[in-house]
Design a protein around this ligand. Structure first.
Ligand code: 48H
Length: 260
C-alpha cells in the first residue's frame, strides 16, 4: 500500500477538531476583516505580519473577490504606479504597458496575494456571510454576526437558523461596492453612505486611498467600500488603489489598537 492506513472517522475528526479549534480561537480577535478581495487580503497580510490577531470572513468558498479577472471577464489585471510596489512585495511578475500602468495575470496575482496573506498568519472563515454587527457602549462596533452562506443567502433554502457572533476590537469593511457592514449601520440610521460615483480613474484612486480609514467608531472602510460610503468616483478594472487602500486600512487599525 502506498498510503498510510487511515479510516474514514479519522478524516472526519481531523476536519471537525481543526475547524472547531480555529473557530473557538477566533471568537475573539484584534481585527475582523469582512471580505477577502484585494483590499481585505492586503490589510490582513499587513496586520498579521505585525502579529495582530486577524480573521478574514468571506462569504464565498474562494478568496480574491474581483482580483481574479480584469474588466469584461478578461483575466489580465492592471495596476497603476505606485500600486505595483505591492506586487513587488509578494513576488508577482508584471509588464509595463505604458509608463505608470502595469499588466499582470489575474490568476497568478490573486493566488499569490491569497498565499501571502495566509503565510503572514491570517485565519480565514470562508463560506460565511456577515449579516450584522455587534455594538457596545455608544454604539461602537465590537464584532460581527455571521451565518453559513447557504443559510444566509437569499433565496433561503433553510430558514430559522440563528446566527452566531464573533468579537473584535476593530472591524474592517472590505466587502467591495456593496459595503455590507456599513449597510447594517445605515439601515439603523447610525451612519450615511452616498453610493459610489461614476467612473473617473484619475480622480478615483487617489481619493479612495485618501478616504480609507475609520468611518464609524470601531469600523474602518477599505477598497471599493470607501467609494460607496463617500460617493467617490469608481476607477474601473484597475487595482492599485485597492492594494494601497488595504495597506492604509491596516495602518488605521493599528492606530486604533494602539490607542486602546
Ligand atoms: C462576507 C462578503 C460579504 C459579506 C461581500 O469586491 P471585492 O474584490 O472588494 P475590494 O474592495 O477589495 O476590491 C474591489 C475590486 O475587486 C473592484 O470591484 C473594483 C476595483 N471595481 C472598480 C469599479 O469601478 O467597479 O471583494 C469583496 C469581497 C468578495 O470576496 C465578497 O464575496 C466578500 O467581499 N463579501 N464576505 N460577508 N456580507 N459581502
Amino acid at each position: 500500500m502506498l498510503f498510510d492506513k487511515i479510516e474514514e472517522k479519522d478524516v472526519t475528526k481531523a476536519i471537525v477538531e481543526g475547524f472547531s479549534a480555529m473557530l473557538s480561537e477566533h471568537t475573539e480577535n484584534d481585527v475582523i476583516i469582512v471580505g477577502g478581495g484585494p483590499s481585505g487580503l492586503v490589510a490582513g497580510r499587513e496586520l498579521a505580519k505585525k502579529g495582530v490577531k486577524t480573521l478574514i470572513v468571506e462569504r464565498n468558498n474562494y478568496l480574491g473577490g474581483g482580483f481574479w479577472i480584469g474588466g469584461y471577464l478578461m483575466n489580465k489585471i492592471t495596476v497603476r504606479a505606485p500600486g505595483n510596489t505591492v506586487l513587488d512585495e509578494i513576488g508577482v511578475p508584471y509588464e509595463e504597458y505604458i509608463k505608470g500602468l502595469y499588466v499582470t495575470d489575474g490568476p497568478h496575482a490573486c493566488s499569490k496575494l491569497i498565499g501571502a496573506a495566509c503565510d503572514a498568519g491570517v485565519k480565514i472563515l470562508n463560506m460565511t456571510k456577515v449579516d450584522d454587527v455587534v455594538l457596545r457602549e455608544k454604539n461602537r462596533v465590537a464584532g460581527v454576526v455571521i451565518n453559513w452562506t447557504p443559510v444566509s443567502a437569499l433565496p433561503r433554502e433553510i430558514t430559522c437558523v440563528d446566527p452566531v457572533s464573533l468579537q473584535s476590537k476593530v472591524v474592517i469593511d472590505a466587502t467591495g461596492h456593496d459595503a455590507e457592514v456599513v449597510k447594517s449601520l445605515v439601515s439603523r440610521g447610525f451612519m450615511k453612505a452616498k453610493g459610489f460615483g461614476a467612473m473617473w480613474v484619475e480622480k478615483s484612486e487617489d481619493a479612495i486611498v485618501e478616504y480609507t480609514g475609520e468611518a464609524y467608531p470601531g469600523l474602518i472602510v477599505s477598497g471599493m467600500a470607501v467609494s460607496t460610503v463617500y460617493g467617490l468616483p469608481r476607477m474601473g478594472p484597475t487595482f492599485g488603489a485597492m492594494l494601497l487602500s488595504g495597506k492604509k486600512a491596516a495602518d488605521a487599525a493599528l492606530d486604533i489598537l494602539n490607542e486602546q
